[in-house]
Design a protein around this ligand. Structure first.
Ligand code: GLN
Ligand code: ZN
Length: 778
């Protein structure tokens, strides 16, 4: 075997770091560039400043080994596609940067690549297209440049790239690929490209490279495991390469563990927060390797239990070549730092850690481990490390295990892990049969066939955002702010009337975010000032901290919906965020099972719906775009998850009169995978993303059997492109071929808040035109 690596892995590291910048510098730089307000040079300079700040910060915090190439102008999977030269011909532009952003965002003429969720997180990656004819022209320019850039600043770093197996498993077949083609069929060619990348990094003097393989923590077929074996045997057999560090995260390696262990990779990263494999078993399997032990969570905002982490690190150390203290995954999923959060309750802050505080925890644990004596008794296995059965967060169904609820060696069934404090017994019950409700609603609402509606939000204009900021800063009084919100509602309502939509919305101008807004009005939540986390591209969210019992002290949305209703004779749809999405997009307390927390939120939503109904709102949409996101990555935990998720939704929505129409909305092209669960939500109307994924959902056999109203999106709102009336008409034609017309609703893929009024007005006009044209043919 070749004599690599020569440098031992440093004692502490992290798998990745937020790249948006503590003041969202990247967001601002990107948006300025996209708007034509800055040059490519200025954008590059902004990126360089963020990277420099990151390396200096990690160094100042005492981290032994910083990563590089964790920065991205948009997304790390997109970066990998570009690095391999897997660029669809239709996206090639005048410059490399134009090509890159064409793939990510589309152009006036060409839609972008599909975007979907990164495993069970709220981060979205760009889905590469790989076909039988894709020519790989590897260009290691970006990781090499970052390596050099860090070195020029005095830092030796470890390039991070998405590993070949995960890259191919996350890719989709290019348009026109034969039916039986799978991107993984191209493994051999992709490995050629990775070999060249590794050689280039070795030539640059990189001691280690991190290949991210989170796809290995999901159920994998025998053929896929063979691909893992083949990939790492081949990459490992080269002499001209850095040390290979394969990072797994978001769960257990399971069957992939012995496979990876049998390859020549020198280091393996394991997620000890989400993973349930006992450290003894992990250590035995990885005996000859460096183990990068993810003991500090990259997915929550809570402090690490130091004693327990240290115990586990010590047990591992007895069994493997070397232990490196690390985060469970990249820190890109948590905000930069707690430092600016001066408004939070100090008692809460004392329990919390954001990225920088987590880096400090990693550094402190590494120092403790260095001086910690060997495990008592010295006998591996008799460490007395009691952590496995009694793990504090192990109540299946808390956020931590909710994401990877499979139990490899998990001895504790969820319900017993936490004798749950008394919660209200389930009050959700079924509504009347759909046919009965549908008749009552048809009579009450009197809608035309193919009713046209939107998903809720209208553009959030610069003035509106400025007014909200001024209100928050105390520069604008409440009365003046509310006047502003009312003016926006009126603008949205008038526009919808003018365009001829059938079911109107108030446009959500009062909401900074669909989860944060509710968090600010419910008990049990805290919100941060700068706790931004990248969602996709330049988009960030500020997940609230759900730390206590949830309650609704007063109605939240009712007066805005009522105001919209007072302006028009057409039906107005009230819009709420569902309980599953609220917990999915918050950082949730980990002392209660997640489902108990979701039920508390459901009760608050139920009370809000009752108040909307009492105020004369006959249609209420309860959004659950995150329903799919929380699904455990392994099949074993999925049934139990969907059961409580559906229960939470129905608990929220089942209290209404037959005449009241309940809608739900899901997006990010994941609805096709959980149609049975969506059906079980029992909503009268479901809108789903479809335009962006080119109608993929319409090919699902279950769609035809879907019993209730369905609105597959006919306008991709993630792109600034305005689809023409023919394009919308074609999409709607496809919907009508897949579904009986009486069940079809016409709507965009998602809310319109990221678009401009000019785009929205033009696009919705085309949507209405297409719907009317087809209505006449019915
Ligand atoms: N009602 C929300 C909106 O229109 C839904 C957003 C979402 O699904 N992500 O903005
Ligand atoms: Zn949506």
């Amino acid at each position: 075997m070749p004599a690599v690596p020569t440098t031992p892995f440093p004692a502490s590291t992290i798998l990745g770091y937020p790249r948006i910048g503590p003041d969202r510098e990247l967001k601002r730089a990107l948006e300025r560039y996209w708007d034509g307000g800055s040059t490519a040079e200025e954008l590059r300079a902004a990126g360089a400043r963020i990277r420099e700040r990151t390396w200096r910060r990690l160094d100042a915090l005492g981290l032994a080994a910083a990563p590089c190439n964790t920065f991205s102008y948009y997304d790390q999977v997109l970066d990998t596609a570009v690095m391999l030269g897997a660029v669809p011909g239709r996206h090639r532009g005048a410059s490399a940067l134009d090509t890159y952003f064409a793939m990510a965002r589309g152009t006036r003429d060409v839609p972008p690549l599909r975007m979907t969720k990164w495993f069970d997180t709220n981060y979205h990656y760009i889905v590469p297209e790989i076909g039988p004819d894709t020519v790989f022209t590897p260009d290691p320019g970006k990781p090499v440049a970052e390596l050099r850039e860090a070195r020029a600043l005095g830092f030796e770093t470890r390039p991070v790239v998405v590993g070949p197996v995960t890259f191919l498993l996350l890719s989709q077949p290019a348009p026109g690929a034969p039916e039986r083609f799978a991107p993984l069929d191209r493994l051999g060619d992709v490995l050629d490209a990775y070999e060249r990348l590794l050689a280039a990094l070795a030539a640059e003097g990189a001691a280690w490279v991190q290949l991210d393989e989170p796809a290995l923590v999901a159920d994998r077929t025998g053929a896929e495991l063979d691909a893992v074996r083949q990939a790492y045997e081949r990459l490992g057999s080269r002499a001209d390469r850095p040390g290979l560090f394969v990072a797994s995260y978001f769960g257990d390696l399971g069957e992939a563990l012995p496979v990876l262990a049998g390859t020549p990779v020198e280091a393996v990263g394991v997620d000890l927060v989400r993973g349930r494999t006992p450290v003894e078993a992990l250590g035995d399997a990885l005996a000859g390797k460096t183990v990068v032990a993810g003991v500090v969570s990259g997915r929550d905002v809570w402090r690490t239990d130091r004693d327990r982490a240290l115990d586990r690190l010590r047990v591992l150390r007895e069994r493997v070549e070397r232990v490196v203290v690390s985060t469970s995954c990249s820190l890109q999923h948590v905000p930069h730092s707690l430092e600016p959060e001066t408004g939070l309750d100090p008692a809460l802050v004392a329990r919390m850690a954001f990225a920088d505080e987590k880096v400090t925890e990693v550094v402190e644990l590494a120092a403790l481990l260095a001086t910690a004596p060997p495990v008592a008794g010295g006998e591996p296995g008799e460490s007395g490390a009691p952590e496995e059965p009694g793990e504090p967060e192990e109540s299946g169904g808390t956020r931590r295990t909710g994401g990877s609820g499979e139990v490899l060696a998990g001895p504790v069934p969820p319900a017993e892990a936490h004798p749950a404090p008394a919660v209200t017994p389930p009050v959700w019950e079924s509504r009347s049969p759909y046919a009965v409700r549908a008749a009552a609603q048809a009579e009450h609402l009197g809608l035309p066939p193919l009713p046209v509606t939107t998903i809720g939000s209208f553009p959030q204009t610069g003035e509106l955002r400025a007014a909200r900021a001024a209100f928050a800063a105390g520069e604008l009084d409440e009365g003046a702010y509310e006047e502003r919100v009312r003016a926006e509602i009126e603008r949205a309502v008038r526009l919808q009337e003018r365009l001829g939509l059938d079911v109107l919305v108030h446009g959500e101008p009062e909401r900074n975010d669909m989860v944060q807004y509710f968090a600010e009005h419910l008990d049990g939540f805290a919100v941060t000032r700068h706790g931004w986390v990248q969602s996709y591209g330049s988009r960030c969210t500020r997940p609230p901290i759900l730390h206590g019992d949830v309650g609704r002290p007063a109605p939240i949305t009712v007066r805005w919906a009522e105001y919209a209703r007072s302006l028009t004779g057409r039906p107005v749809k009230g819009i709420l965020t569902g309980p599953v999405t609220i917990v999915a997009w918050s950082f949730v307390r980990d002392d209660l099972p997640l489902r108990e927390v979701a039920f508390q939120v459901a009760d608050a939503v139920r009370a809000e719906i009752a108040d909307l109904e009492a105020a004369g709102i006959s249609i209420v949409q309860v959004d659950e775009p995150a329903l799919r996101e929380l699904m455990p990555l392994r099949r074993a935990g999925q049934g139990a998850y969907l059961h409580w998720a559906v229960a939470a939704y129905r608990r929220a929505t089942s209290g209404v009169d037959d005449r009241t129409q309940i809608h739900t909305h899901l997006c990010y092209s994941d609805a096709d995978q959980i149609l049975a669960a969506i059906d079980a939500l029992d909503a009268d109307v479901t809108s789903v993303e479809s335009a962006r994924s080119r109608g993929r959902i319409l090919g699902e056999p279950m769609v035809r059997d879907f019993a209730r109203g369905l609105g597959p999106g006919v306008y991709d709102i993630h792109s600034p492109r305005v689809p023409g009336p023919e394009e919308v008409g074609d999409l709607l034609d496809a919907v009508l071929r897949a579904l009986p017309a009486e069940r079809v609703w016409v709507n965009p893929d998602c809310g319109l808040k990221t678009r401009t009024y000019a785009q929205v007005e033009a696009a919705l006009a085309n949507v209405v035109t297409a719907a009317r044209r087809l209505r006449e043919t019915l």
